[in-house]
Design a protein around this ligand. Structure first.
Ligand code: OOG
Ligand code: MG
Length: 261
């Protein structure tokens, strides 16, 4: 009980990730932890990773689908950060031994050509500041037992960020209607889930706009060169050794990776 120590909690979650083991939810001991407290823990966790020499690729949005928001009973998505050590090349492998209980989801990523500073940012402004869109597969791996958590828990845990595969094709967002982009997620050639860009708060650019507006509360902004994951278009599918995972995104391309021991 008592107030949560941001630094100690961040170290606890960092150890869970590096030692690849599940831990108890932190809200079991700290039921009063707020979303604001959780972002403070996340900031400490990000600092630890930076101190270790890892580099931020960009922020990610999570819980952007109606289904996940309803499940978590929240009205606002969450964000976390993707680091260089999480990147896996298209067609590459991910070792199960490095992870705990990974799941995969197909996403649309934005590469910014200009800084975006909230508040009041709209999806249209985001599109105007976007250099490219890129297909992505995000591998989430909650550090919590059975992938179960409350909102503050998952925010503190860097929004379950674990690995990410980006496709090789960069597409100018101009003529594309990203809300209408159809997406399939397959494992060993069998479609496991599918969706459209609109699953991400109506349009993936809206997700980036919401992120810019959330960061503005902390007087932070999105920067040119940031690569931003906008949130799952499909649901998250559990992974096993031997899975070849692929996604097809209409007009954006395909990508894949393999789960190995
Ligand atoms: C939180 C991360 C969610 C997404 O795209 O919705 C996420 C989780 O469900 O573990 O990355
Ligand atoms: Mg995601």
């Amino acid at each position: 009980m008592g107030t949560v120590n941001f630094q100690t909690t961040a170290e606890f979650l960092h150890r869970a990730e590096t030692e690849k083991r599940e831990v108890f939810r932190i809200t079991v001991d700290h039921p009063d932890m707020t979303v604001e407290d959780a972002y403070k823990v996340q900031e400490e966790l990000v600092s630890i990773k930076l101190e270790q020499g890892h580099r931020i690729i960009g922020p990610k949005m999570g819980l952007t689908s109606q289904a996940k928001m309803k499940q978590m009973n929240v009205e606002e998505p969450i964000y976390g950060y993707i680091f260089d050590y999480m990147m896996v090349p298209d067609g590459g492998s991910i070792s199960m031994q490095e992870l705990v209980h990974p799941k995969v989801e197909a996403e649309i990523a934005f590469v910014l050509g200009k800084d975006i500073e909230g508040p009041g940012i709209t999806g249209a402004q985001v599109l105007a500041a976007t250099e490219y869109v890129v297909p992505a597969l995000e591998i989430i791996d909650s550090r919590y037992e059975n992938f179960r958590f409350t909102l503050p828990d998952v925010i503190a845990d860097n929004a379950s960020s674990s690995r990410v595969v980006f496709g090789n094709r960069l597409t100018k967002p101009g003529p594309l209607e990203l809300d209408l982009v159809g997406v399939t997620l397959s494992i060993n050639g069998e479609i496991k889930d599918l969706g459209a860009g609109a699953a991400v708060v109506g349009h993936p650019a809206n997700s980036v706009a919401m992120l810019a507006n959330m960061l503005a509360r902390k007087e932070e902004k999105l920067k040119a060169g940031d690569v931003i994951l906008t949130g799952g278009v499909t649901g998250a599918v559990m992974l096993s050794v031997g899975d070849t995972v692929s996604a097809k995104l209409d007009g954006l391309g395909e990508l894949s990776f393999k789960m190995v021991e």
